[in-house]
Write a protein that binds this ligand. Sequence first.
Ligand code: HEC
Length: 185
Amino acid sequence: MRTSLLKIWVVGTFFMVAAGGCGPHEQPDTIYMPDMVYSPAFKAQKEGAMRMPVKGTVPRNYVPYAYAKDPERAGRELKNPLRKTGDTLVRGQALYNTYCIVCHGVAGEGDGTVVPKFPRPPSLQSDKVRGWSDGRIYHVISVGQNLMPSYASQIATADRWAVIHYIRALQRSKHPTPSDLKAGE
Ligand code: HEC
C-alpha cells in the first residue's frame, strides 16, 4: 500500500515537472509562481525598492523643535528647566569639553584647537551672548548658526541646558560680580 502511494507520487511528480518543463525553452507552457519570475526589478536603496515612512513619521526619541526659524521667539519662550547644581555643572562641563571646546576654547573665547584651520567663532564671553537668554543659546545648539552645525542629533535636550549652565559659569568666571570677588578675598 505504501509503495504504491509512493509510486503514484513519483510518477505524478514526473509528469507535472515534464509538463512544465518540456515546452520550447524560451516560452515554457507553465510558469511556476509567475509573480516571482516576472518580478519588477528595482535598484537597491532607490525609490520603489525602499518603503517610504508614513508622512509625519519621526525617529524614536525625537523631540520636535518648534522654533526652527524663529531664534528670537525661542529666546523669549524657552526656559532652562534644569536647576544649577554641582551635578548639572559637571555634566555641562563634560559635554562642553566634548562638543564645543574644539572651536570655542576652554573659556569660550573662540580660541579652540581647530582655530584658525576652522574660522574663529565669536566669543561666548561677548556682551551679546552674555545678554542672551538661555533659550537663545539653546536655539544655536539645537539648529546651528551659519558655519556652526546643529548638535540636536548628538546632545539630548536636557544635556543642552546643562551645557548652557556651564557656559554661564564660564562667563561668570571672566566677569565676576562684586560679590563673587568679595567671596574670593
Ligand atoms: C566646528 C566648530 C564649532 C563647534 C564644535 C561649536 N561651535 Fe558654536 N559656533 C561656531 C561658529 C563658527 C560660530 C559663529 C557662527 C556664525 O557665523 O554665526 C558659532 C556660534 C555659536 C554661538 C553664537 C555666538 C554669537 O555671538 O552669535 C553660540 C552660543 C555657540 N556657538 C555655542 C556653541 C556650543 C554650546 C557648542 C557645543 C555644543 C558649540 N557652539 C560648538 C563654531 C562651533
